[in-house]
Design a protein around this ligand. Sequence first.
Ligand SMILES: Cc1cc2nc3c(=O)[nH]c(=O)nc-3n(C[C@H](O)[C@H](O)[C@H](O)COP(=O)(O)OP(=O)(O)OC[C@H]3O[C@@H](n4cnc5c(N)ncnc54)[C@H](O)[C@@H]3O)c2cc1C
Length: 391
Amino acid sequence: MDAPFDVVVIGAGPAGMIAAGRAASLGRRVLLLERNPSPGRKLLLTGNGRCNLTNDRDPARFVEDCGPRGRFLHNALARFGTAEAVAFFERLGVPCAAGPDGRVFPRSGRSADVLAALARHLSRAGVEVGTGARVTAVRRDGDRLAVEARGGSTSAPVVIVATGGVSYPRTGSTGDGHAFAAALGHAVSDLLPGEVPLRAAEAWVRGLPGVSVRDVVLAAGKDRCRGDVVFTHSGLSGPAALDLSRRVAGRLRAGPVAATIDLCPDLSAAGVEARVRGATADHPARGARRTLCAALPGLPERLAAHVASPATVKDLRVTLTGTAGFDEAVVTIGGVDTREVRPATMESRLVPGLHFAGEVLDLDGPRGGYNLQIAWTTGWAAGTHAGGGEP
Ligand SMILES: Cc1cc2nc3c(=O)[nH]c(=O)nc-3n(C[C@H](O)[C@H](O)[C@H](O)COP(=O)(O)OP(=O)(O)OC[C@H]3O[C@@H](n4cnc5c(N)ncnc54)[C@H](O)[C@@H]3O)c2cc1C
């Protein structure tokens, strides 16, 4: 690792790969260091192997959907938003298609194709990729930054930390970048698991593993998430539960959170009662559970046993006690405080030359291609600045 590099990128995930490729395309000599034997381990898992690589939201809607911390992205999204990401991958030979819900996938339905295209791009741009190279420290070295790694050390005027969050740590994302940032004086906000199954206190909830309900509303206080819910041996999963986990993760740290499931969001309580009365009139001798299932097609019988009255259909109470933790979390909430990072360039406001990109930053979005787009957007901005291009 003695060759003189202009830019060292740490972490060959989506953010690090796009940053390295961009800086090299702008003429910089770039070294990309990855601790795993090969790049993009988490990328391969995305979208159940199909890679929901972005969505069709315009920058304003994208920022709004990400919540208050998403405002940091305004500037960079205006330069490299969802449309630019699709155009970028199509140029790399990955045709993309948006579904009716606006999610964008490679037409092939294979995350491996996205990774292969990025690998080709890195190679064409002349990025030197060092695998099996876990970086252990980043420190100031005069007007350069020294990068210490297993197998050798190097230094460069520009370093991009793209080590990811701490979720799914078996993919290599274990929070090393947060430690580098903190050692260089950066604030790192508390880390919480997001988009993760929820634990429930009630034994009856945990006694229904595999039972699922479609298109319900799972709510905790003002937070309401609509979608399918799957009961598990420890609580609730499925899209609505994963969405809600991102909103309640902070509250759950302080203690249990009361939640409700509305099993019939499109029917009023009176509407449910009327249907049950109708079903009772049709078959007066039928038991309460089967009457309820007849009145509300789609309500699983095993769940109906726990619905005490028609009113409960709209207000099934569940006490959330925690989450399945980082091992099963799709995303990390929290990270390097964005107030200390320049939004156009991803450069540190504290350490010249130091940049951050991707999930290592305190940025996360909902399900639906937001988190990969955050990696593309911030990686592109960091790579552009590292490459000497206009921000
Ligand atoms: C199962 C699953 C499915 C997902 N599906 C989607 C989806 O469909 N759509 C979507 O938008 N998002 C999805 N996500 C989220 C998305 O994958 C991440 O937000 C995204 O990968 C973050 O990119 P990144 O480059 O910042 O970090 P990562 O992908 O975490 O990459 C960081 C890289 O840095 C390396 N690294 C870490 N420390 C060091 C070190 N000290 N030295 C050298 N290398 C290091 C790691 O090994 C890793 O390769 C999913 C996540 C999971 C877990």
